[in-house]
Design a protein. Structure first.
Length: 675
């Protein structure tokens, strides 16, 4: 007998209420909603709580996350509210031993960490979502979900949600243990409003206690560490200044870390050694008083003193290192953020990893819903993000183990490391620490394809890697000819606007240098091209791609829904021109002067210089550094075309910029997008 949720074989598929349902209104969920909305995809975001929790687990936004915020057009508000920092001040007891430049880097324009409590990050993302004409449906909690398939093979997600008519959905008796979900959670006498939501996809960003993960029987293996940690937020007086992030290796061999919060409070994380699970279960939160914490913290930093003036949060904490067995279920339900992976707070990776999950997933989902890509592209989400979560768990576990080690060797190494690290870190990590998340890359797959001409390129330039940034000079048309104006500069990442756009970067080396160079038919066996030929190839391919693959309006997406879409036909900040492809040309030498007052020699680049941004406009890599960053010969090279995916990772690269190279790029798009 068929259940009521299933369709009879002869019945049509039930109408879809919304293309995407998102469960969980934390940073990962709200960011996913912002991105989908900007990509003209109607979505509904539900959150169990009726407000934003003032208790912030995450405190830092890393360089890579700032890059994706910038590409999404939302970074400025974060920079306004946050504080830049890169230093960790190390102490041994009350004695300062050095300053560690942990978050500085030479790899990104954002060579710092941005200190901002999680509740502020969430609030800014919600404000952005509301500016797009949307709102978070607060007070709704997900009760059950399933993927339903009819006889014709059509599938969809059916989700039961509810909201307490009075009060909240929060119950006094519910478990706080990670992964525990009550089977009978109704409170006696409370009335609920219940809805069934049908969606094409469900994104679960509902935290470590994910109901979605539980209801779909997705395992969450891992371990809970036996270290007992205390977290305190409040105002303090101390002999040690806490204006910066401070790490103390206590005289009692305990580790303490302090973080200045935006309202003058300080967060202190204090290690209290290893206890058994039974001992932890016996701990009573009411026994953890401000006075007790003050005594424990003072013992760590002695002979310095610490006095707690007040307290807004004081709790015991145990580290979980767990990862969902699958990040995707039947290619319809996707886990992101803490629902997919939890780990040590060391390095501040958690929230950042969740935001990057959303960045990876949403552009792929949007392409499918717009009919631009087959749904098989969504299979790359788990394949790309699960190994990243693996590496983050290993990295944070290693950092935590070093910080909390209690054996003689571990304590000795920690003392030595905190003393000499300020002097050796710049040599060990010359460009970027893994903590900045700038080194994350993806392996070869259906959307990360190697060209035969570039199959042996060094891994740091290979497909799947993050697209690097660098300065360019703008070429301007002057009365005296072309000029690369030194004062008119732009970074490559500033050209890579988004979200949801493939950026094709054409490195020409110096092959467009002069008429003599244009007569050279090949460089090391690779045919060269001219400015005029390149301009024609760019125009013809852009026209062909844009006529074949284009974004629909939100109104067009909504016409298949049974109920009015929560997204208006015109979304402020959404894709206005519906373009999916942008092309940028970068030359290492144009034979143009560095100042407009100097006359230009003929280079044949006029046709590219007058192009609009994204339409094949040419820029000057005057130092050749950007060519080098992408593994391209800046002098006497044939050039290279690099396809950057909408999440700013390389998807494809081919040697040369000639007609053959362009045909390979065309074949790449034909292979990953809908026929």
């Amino acid at each position: 007998m068929l259940s009521s949720a299933q369709s009879a074989p002869s019945a049509p598929s039930p109408p879809i209420d919304v293309p995407v349902l998102i469960s969980g209104g934390g940073p990962s969920g709200v960011f996913a909603a912002v991105l989908l909305t900007k990509l003209n995809i109607p979505c509904r975001l539900i959150e169990r709580y009726r407000g934003i929790s003032p208790l912030s687990k995450a405190l830092v936004i890393h360089a890579r996350t700032m890059e994706i915020f910038a590409m999404s057009g939302i970074l400025d508000k974060f920079l306004t509210h946050g504080r830049n920092f890169s230093e960790f001040h190390a102490y041994s007891g009350a004695k300062k031993t050095g300053v560690l430049q942990v978050l500085s880097n030479t790899e990104s324009h954002y060579d710092f960490g941005l200190f901002l409590e999680q509740f502020q990050t969430t609030a800014i993302l919600m404000e952005e979502y509301e500016s797009l004409g949307q709102r978070v449906d607060q007070g709704w909690e997900l009760m059950d979900t399933k993927v339903v398939e009819n006889e014709s093979g059509k599938s969809w997600v059916e989700t039961k949600i509810r909201r307490a008519i009075e009060g909240t959905n929060i119950r006094q008796t519910e478990s706080t243990t990670l992964g525990v979900v009550e089977e009978d959670p109704e409170e006696e006498g409370k009335m609920y409003e219940v809805q069934i939501v049908r969606s094409e996809y469900l994104i679960a960003t509902d935290g470590g206690k994910s109901v979605v993960r539980h209801k779909l029987n997705i395992g969450f293996p891992g371990r809970t560490l036996d270290n007992n940690i205390i977290i305190y937020d409040g105002h303090v007086e101390s002999d040690i200044p806490f204006e910066n992030i401070t790490v103390v290796n206590g005289i009692n061999e305990r580790i303490m870390a302090a973080f200045p919060l935006s309202d003058g409070q300080v967060r202190i994380i204090l290690d209290q050694g290893i206890i058994t699970p039974e001992e932890h279960a016996a701990l009573k939160s009411e026994d953890l008083t401000m006075e007790k914490f003050e005594k424990l913290a003072s013992a760590c930093i002695a002979p310095a003193k610490l006095k707690c003036l007040d307290c807004s949060w004081l709790t015991y904490y145990r580290v979980n290192e767990r990862q969902a067995e699958h990040f995707a279920y039947k290619n319809r339900v996707f886990l992101a953020g803490d629902a997919a992976h939890v780990h040590s707070p060391a390095g501040g990776q958690g929230m950042n990893a969740g935001l990057q999950d959303s960045f990876n997933l949403t552009w792929k989902m949007a392409l499918v819903l717009h009919g631009i890509a087959p749904d098989s592209i969504l299979e790359t989400y788990e394949g790309e993000r699960k190994p990243v979560a693996d590496d983050i768990i290993k990295l944070t576990a290693k950092m935590l183990k070093a910080g909390l080690a209690q054996d003689f060797v571990g304590r000795t190494i920690r003392r030595v490391a905190l003393t000499i690290a300020p002097y050796i870190l710049p040599y060990i990590i010359p460009n970027a620490s893994p903590v900045t998340m700038l080194t994350i890359g993806y392996k070869d797959n259906s959307i990360n394809q190697r060209s035969k001409s570039q199959a042996s390129v060094d891994d740091k330039y290979q497909v799947g890697r993050r697209a690097r940034d660098g300065d360019l000079r703008v070429i301007q048309k002057q009365d005296t000819g072309l000029a690369a104006v030194e004062e008119a500069s732009i970074r490559l990442h500033e050209l890579m606007t988004g979200p949801g756009i493939f950026h094709i970067i054409v490195f020409t080396s110096d092959m467009l240098l002069s008429p003599a160079a244009s007569k050279t038919k090949s460089v090391n066996g690779t045919e060269t091209t001219t400015s005029e030929e390149l301009a024609k190839d760019i125009e013809s391919h852009l026209n062909a791609w844009r006529s074949k693959w284009a974004y629909k309006s939100a109104q067009q997406i909504s016409t298949s829904l049974s109920s009015p879409s929560p997204v208006s036909a015109v979304i402020p900040g959404s894709i206005k021109d519906k373009e999916l492809f942008m092309v940028h040309v970068i030359a290492s030498d144009l034979s143009v002067p560095s100042h407009p007052s100097s006359p230009s020699t003929e280079s044949g680049t006029d046709v590219l210089a007058i192009k609009n941004a994204g339409e094949g406009k040419i820029y000057l890599d005057h130092s050749g550094i950007l060519h080098k960053k992408y593994g391209v010969e800046a002098k006497h090279g044939p050039g290279t075309i690099v396809v950057v995916r909408p999440d700013s990772h390389y998807g494809f690269r081919v040697l040369g910029a000639n007609k053959t190279a362009w045909e390979e790029v065309n074949q790449y798009f034909e292979s990953i997008l809908a026929k």
